[in-house]
Write a protein that binds this ligand. Structure first.
Ligand SMILES: [Zn+2]
Length: 172
């Protein structure tokens, strides 16, 4: 192991970089310096600043959504951030679900009814999810990266009610 150093572009602190050998360590230090990679403390401060900015934007534009309570202020705010990140992905998942239903029902005689049920069902589920004030749902089920699992979360809401919400579709 060899070590090399460069200065944090923000606070000037000396940052030590390890490499397999002298050349590797020097190359890494040069690369990080060029990328303006911050020291850990500055990186965390930067992350916190970005989160604060996002949070202020989220809280300023609650968009008719319920105010989230039930946790500490910090948890309530974080739940609102998770929700704001998630809802656009949920809308996209809903559209994709309807398109999927259209595709798989293409050759069915009852396709109009079946697809209409799916469209109704997902729009109901999206509305219910948007309106949920349960912060555990936003913090645990959705979380900060729930957008990546929007399809899965929508499907999970649909599954137990699929025979009620889309009986024609399910009969096919
Ligand atoms: Zn720094």
């Amino acid at each position: 192991m060899a070590k090399a150093t460069y200065s944090c572009p923000s606070c000037g602190k000396t940052i030590t970089v390890e490499g397999r050998n002298r050349r590797d360590a020097d190359r890494r230090a040069a690369w990080y310096a060029e990328q303006e990679k911050l020291c850990r403390a500055c990186e965390q401060a930067e992350f916190k600043r970005a989160y604060e900015t996002e949070k202020q934007a989220v809280l300023a534009s609650a968009d008719g959504l319920p105010v989230l309570t039930g946790g500490t202020d910090k948890q309530n705010d974080f739940a609102a951030v998770c929700r704001a990140r998630f809802l656009p992905a949920l809308e996209a998942a809903a559209d994709a679900t309807v398109e999927h239903a259209e595709r798989i029902c293409r050759n069915r005689d009852d396709r109009d009814q079946a697809v209409a049920e799916v469209r109704e069902a997902v729009s109901l589920l999206v509305r219910e999810i948007r309106e949920t004030g349960d912060i555990d749902f936003w913090l645990d089920t959705v979380g900060p990266s729930g957008a990546a699992r929007a399809d899965e979360i929508l499907l999970k809401a649909f599954q137990p009610r699929r025979h009620d919400l889309a009986p024609t579709f399910m009969r096919g």
